[in-house]
Design a protein around this ligand. Structure first.
Ligand code: PMP
Length: 410
């Protein structure tokens, strides 16, 4: 990997081998980073090295190889915890953000919820932060309250305050950054207000950690989830941060190996700590890959990611200004580099197909946010989402192709 004191996307992209491949015979412009990010060579190498040099099951082996795998796995947890400014004992490995939400809702919330309790969500949530809560609400008789949005994609904070002040509210779960609108929610003050009202807070950080440096100790939320694959790491690994006093209250989520103390046919006792919530053989390679991704981000000036992606968004807006009937969804001032849009009379899937033919990878559909789509009045929208390795040239290629596509389709 090249040494970079400065944040230089042109240099950074050289660390990502896939970015030099072609898409439909044209140089790839990858603008689907909110769906998943590409992986730097160092992460690919870490995975390859783990499987070629250190692969073994963890926790039980006494041979050297098993110890090596165990040490790598333990040190991966520590790297990730340090990066988030929390203790390794508060980091639970999952398959991703979706499994994280299911874990929290089943293991922490369900046992404490009772009939009439209120769970607060917002209109901008991903299905991963809606459906698990609906499932536990159905089983416990709890009710879901939804905080509405303003036209610009910001939360109605007065409505949120009203919900938080309700004596029935017990838990608030919301995204840090919206995967559609790019809205960066003011979670610092929201967490503070929720805690003043004795309401637990779960943060869906799937779209924030790839763009913003997050200090969980300073934030003080109860839970935080994210997926490794959106953070330059492999698929199939994710993290739940559970603040230690909440962790103690979590009941086992899945049963099996690795999470027990004693098992007999008369009953089972469980082990302590995060291992109690990580049944079965873990994704050791994935955890090592995620730690390597974090190390990669520590080598670049990651504080410049958000400003850089915002610049790409501004440039995009300048270039598409003359496209008739184009509406951007989400226009809050400090939004993340996500450009989600609709064009009058143009179906987003047709648009994406024409962009694809020019080598440009964007996403269309409901983005796993059907309630938000309903609020926006569209079945589907188009989305270009930026990352650290996207350049001005990517924006020029994207917007030029977009104009050509619109001239054909409109
Ligand atoms: N929350 C948000 C805001 C997301 O954007 C996503 C992924 N699109 C998820 C949760 C779910 O992530 P995963 O599919 O990796 O579990």
């Amino acid at each position: 990997m090249s040494d970079r004191k400065l944040f230089d996307p042109v240099t950074i992209r050289k660390d990502f081998p896939i970015l030099s491949r072609k898409n439909r015979g044209k140089p790839l412009v990858y603008l689907d980073n909110a769906a998943t990010t590409q992986k730097p060579q160092s992460v690919i190498d870490a995975l390859s090295s783990y499987y070629s040099q250190n692969n073994s099951n963890v926790h039980r082996g006494v041979y050297e190889l098993a110890e090596d795998a165990e040490n790598l796995y333990r040190s991966a947890r520590k790297t990730i915890a340090d990066w988030l400014h929390v203790n390794p004992e508060e980091i639970i490995f999952t398959r991703g953000a979706t499994e994280g939400m299911n874990l929290i809702s089943r293991s922490f919330a369900q046992p404490m919820l009772k009939q009439g309790d209120e769970i607060i969500l917002t209109e901008m949530e991903h299905h991963a932060n809606i459906v698990p809560w609906q499932m536990v609400a159905k089983e416990t008789g709890a009710e879901i309250k939804v905080v509405p949005l303003f036209e610009d994609g910001s939360l109605d904070l007065n409505k949120l305050s009203e919900h938080l002040a309700s004596p029935k509210s017990v838990l608030l779960s919301l995204c840090h950054v919206s995967n559609v609108l790019g809205t960066v929610n003011p979670i610092e003050r929201i967490i503070e207000e929720a805690h003043q009202n004795d309401v637990k807070v779960v943060i869906d950080g799937a779209q924030s950690v790839p763009h913003l440096k997050v200090d969980l100790r300073a934030l003080g939320c109860d839970f935080f989830v994210f997926s490794g694959h959106k953070l330059f790491a492999p698929m199939g690994i994710g993290v739940v941060y559970a603040q230690s006093s909440n962790l103690e209250k979590m009941s086992p989520y899945q049963g099996g190996g690795d999470m027990i103390d004693q098992v007999s046919f008369n009953g089972t006792t469980f082990t302590t700590g995060v291992q109690r919530l990580e049944a079965g053989t873990p994704n050791v390679g994935g955890a090592i890959g995620l730690a390597e991704a974090v190390k990669y981000l520590e080598k670049i000036d990651f504080s410049r990611a958000h400003p850089h992606e915002k610049n790409l968004l501004s440039l995009t807006r300048e270039h598409v200004r003359e496209i008739p009937g184009l509406v951007e969804h989400g226009t809050t001032p400090d939004k993340a580099g996500v450009f989600c849009f609709s064009i009058d009379g143009v179906h987003p899937h047709d648009l994406a197909t024409l962009l694809d033919a020019e080598g440009i990878a964007t996403r269309t559909g409901h983005h796993c946010c059907q309630p938000l789509m309903k609020r926006l009045g569209h079945e589907a929208t188009a989305r270009a989402s930026f990352s650290i390795y996207n350049t001005d040239e990517d924006v020029v290629r994207f917007t030029s192709a977009l104009k050509r596509a619109v001239s054909i389709l409109a």
